[in-house]
Write a protein that binds this ligand. Structure first.
Ligand code: DHE
Length: 522
C-alpha cells in the first residue's frame, strides 16, 4: 500500500520549509528524548494515546513554532504538561523538529487495532430515553471548541449552555446526528469516533477507525457510521449502536494502486454512502440496507426508499464509479443525482452523473472552489449554488439547471464557509484568509449582491455560521483562543448575545442537520 504524507495545507508547507533550514537533529537523541518524555501519552510509535498522534500528517494544523510553544508551555485544560522547566531550549527544539519527520517504520492500523480501541461506556439502550433538560431537543446546537478540545451543547431558543465536555484532540468535519437527534457522532483528525448521548449528556462509545481520518457519515436511518481515512487508505464501517466494527474497505483501484479518501457523505435519497477518492479517478458508492419498516420521520430526506436507484449493488458492497479526474472537494445536487467536484489542482470543477458515471459539465472555477461549503437556494425559479474559493477573493454563483456561472462576487478575501436557511433572505460568507479575516459578508439571495459587511471583533477571525431551526437567529464564531459565539438576529442583522468560547469552529443545529435543511452542510 502506498502511504503518502501529502502536504495539503499551509502549515505543513511551512513545516517542510523549516525542516529544510533547521540543522537535522540527532535522530537517536531525539528518539530517546521522545521515549523518555512523550511516549507514555503519545504512544511509543507516535500513534497517539491519551495525547494525540504526533505524525507529520496529523500535525498539519500545527506550525512547528506552535508545537514548540505547546511543548514549552503545555496545553491549558488538558493533560499536556509544560516542559519548559524540565527541558532546555535545545531539547524542546529537537523534539519539535523530530515529530514532523516521517517515522522510520510505516505506521499501521489494523482491524485488530480498531477492535482493541473500542470502548463502550454505556451500551445502547442502557440509559434513560428522556432528555435530562427542558430545551427543545430539535433546536439544540453542538458547538465544537477547538481551542481546548471541548464541545458545548446549547439551547437553541435561549442560547444557554446546557453542557460542556471534553472531546478528542482536533475534531474535524461536522458532527453527525442520528435522525431522532438523540445521539451525535464526532470524528477527530486522529481517527477517533465518539458517540455522545445528548439526552443523557454522556459519551457512550468510542472507537478509533484510523490514524489520520477525514470525516464520518451516518446513514439516514442512523444505524451505520462510515469513516473516511487518509491513513491507512481505507473506509471503515461501524454499527452505530455501540460502534462495533462491521467492515474495513481497503481503498485500492483495479490496478492495485491505493488511495486516500477525500471524504464520505450519506446520500439519503440513494440509500448509500458516497466517497470521493483523492488518488484514484473513482467515486465509490456503498449502499446500506433499505428499511423494511418505517424509519423515524426526519423530513423529506429520510423517506424510506422502495428500490435502489440506478444500480443493484448488494448492501455494503462497493460500486465503483469511474470519474474523469480526482475529486478533492465536492458537493451534491439536492436529489443526489450529481456530484459536483473540484479537480485536484483546484483549477476547475466538474459535474458527474452518479448513475451513469458521465461527466455532464465542466465548471470554469479557478482558485480552488471550496465546494464542500457550497449551498443552494431557489433564485428566480431556478436552483442556484454558491461556493467560496480558498485562494481567490470571490464567491461564484452557478445555475444548477445548466451549470453556468451566473455571477462572480468579489469579496474582501478568500472565504471558507457559507451558510443560509430556507427562511432567511441572506447568505453569510466569511473572509477566512488574509488581512480582512475579521469580516463577514452578507449576500442578498434575491439580488445576488453583497448588502452588508460586518466586523464583529476587529482584528479577530470571524467565521462559520449556523442558523437555528426556524432560520430566525444565527450563531457566528469569533475563531480565536479566547473567542466567542455571537448570536445575531437573522433579519435585522443585530447582535443579541456574545457567549465566550475557546476557539469555536463549527456549530451544528439538530433540526437543520437531521432535516437536511437547505443552506447548511450535511
Ligand atoms: Fe475542513 C468540514 C476538508 C481544512 C474546519 N473539511 C470539512 C469537510 C471536508 C473538509 C471534506 C466535510 C466533512 C464533513 O463535514 O463531514 N478541511 C478540509 C480540507 O481538505 C482542508 C482544506 C485541509 C485539511 O487540513 O484537511 C480543511 N477545515 C480545515 C481547516 O483548516 C479548518 C478551518 C480548521 C480545522 O479545524 O481543521 C477546517 N472543516 C472544518 C469544519 C468543518 C469542515 C469546521 C465542518 C463544517 C460544517 O459546517 O459542516
Amino acid at each position: 500500500m502506498r502511504i503518502a504524507l501529502h502536504k495539503t495545507c499551509l502549515s505543513t508547507l511551512v513545516a517542510v520549509v523549516l525542516l529544510a533550514v533547521i540543522a537535522p537533529a540527532d535522530a537517536e537523541q531525539a528518539e530517546a528524548l521522545y521515549q523518555a518524555e512523550c511516549a507514555a501519552c503519545h504512544g511509543e510509535t507516535r500513534l497517539g494515546g491519551i495525547g494525540p498522534a504526533l505524525l507529520p500528517g496529523n500535525l498539519s494544523r500545527l506550525t512547528p513554532e506552535a508545537a514548540e510553544a505547546v511543548i514549552r508551555h503545555g496545553r491549558p485544560a488538558s493533560q499536556m504538561p509544560a516542559f519548559g522547566e524540565t527541558l532546555d531550549d535545545a531539547a524542546i527544539a529537537t523534539l519539535a523538529e523530530w515529530i514532523y519527520r516521517p517515522p522510520v517504520v510505516e505506521p499501521r492500523w489494523t482491524q485488530q487495532d480498531i477492535l482493541a480501541s473500542q470502548v463502550v461506556a454505556h451500551p445502547d439502550g442502557s440509559l434513560p430515553d428522556v432528555p435530562l433538560f427542558d430545551a427543545d431537543p430539535l433546536n439544540l446546537f453542538i458547538v465544537v471548541e477547538t481551542g481546548d478540545h471541548h464541545a458545548s451543547l446549547l439551547d437553541g431558543d435561549t442560547f444557554e449552555r446546557i453542557h460542556r465536555f471534553e472531546t478528542r484532540y482536533a475534531l474535524h468535519g461536522g458532527p453527525k446526528y442520528t435522525p431522532d437527534g438523540r445521539h451525535v457522532f464526532f470524528g477527530s483528525r486522529d481517527g477517533w469516533i465518539t458517540k455522545y448521548d445528548i439526552y443523557n449528556m454522556e459519551v457512550v462509545a468510542e472507537v478509533r477507525a484510523g490514524i489520520n481520518m477525514r470525516n464520518i457519515a451516518v446513514s439516514a436511518d442512523g444505524r451505520y457510521v462510515m469513516a473516511a481515512n487518509y491513513l491507512p487508505h481505507s473506509l471503515v464501517l461501524f454499527d452505530a449502536h455501540n460502534l462495533d466494527l462491521m467492515k474495513v474497505y481497503p481503498v485500492v483501484g483495479e490496478d492495485g494502486e491505493s488511495s486516500r479518501v477525500s471524504a464520505v457523505y450519506a446520500a439519503p435519497p440513494r440509500g448509500s454512502f458516497i466517497a470521493a477518492l483523492k488518488d484514484l479517478e473513482e467515486v465509490w458508492e456503498i449502499p446500506w440496507p433499505l428499511p423494511t419498516e418505517p424509519v423515524v420521520s426526519t423530513g423529506h430526506m429520510a423517506t424510506p426508499l422502495e428500490k435502489r436507484r440506478g444500480h443493484d449493488t448488494p448492501n455494503f458492497q462497493v460500486r465503483r464509479i469511474p470519474v474523469p479526474d480526482y475529486l478533492d472537494d465536492f458537493f451534491f445536487d439536492l436529489e443526489y443525482d450529481h456530484v459536483i467536484g473540484a479537480s485536484r489542482g483546484g483549477q476547475g470543477g466538474m459535474v458527474v452523473n452518479l448513475d451513469s458515471g458521465e461527466k455532464v459539465a465542466d465548471l470554469p472555477l479557478e482558485g480552488m472552489p471550496h465546494l464542500g461549503s457550497g449551498i443552494t437556494w431557489e433564485h428566480e425559479g431556478r436552483r442556484v449554488m454558491a461556493t467560496p474559493h480558498l485562494t481567490r477573493a470571490a464567491v461564484s454563483i452557478i445555475d444548477m439547471t445548466d451549470w453556468t456561472v451566473i455571477k462572480t462576487l468579489e469579496t474582501d478575501g478568500p472565504g471558507f464557509f457559507m451558510r443560509s436557511h430556507a427562511n432567511s433572505p441572506y447568505v453569510w460568507v466569511d473572509v477566512f484568509f488574509g488581512p480582512n479575516r475579521d469580516r463577514v459578508h452578507i449576500i442578498d439571495k434575491a439580488s445576488l449582491e453583497i448588502v452588508e459587511t460586518l466586523i464583529p471583533a476587529p482584528g479577530k477571525t470571524a467565521a462559520h455560521v449556523e442558523f437555528d431551526r426556524y432560520g430566525e437567529k444565527l450563531l457566528l464564531s469569533v475563531w480565536e483562543e479566547e473567542g466567542a459565539v455571537i448570536v445575531y438576529d437573522g433579519d435585522t442583522l443585530e447582535e443579541e448575545q456574545r457567549i465566550p468560547m475557546s476557539k469555536p469552529s463549527g456549530k451544528y443545529n439538530v433540526w437543520n442537520k437531521t432535516r437536511y435543511e437547505e443552506g447548511t452542510s450535511h
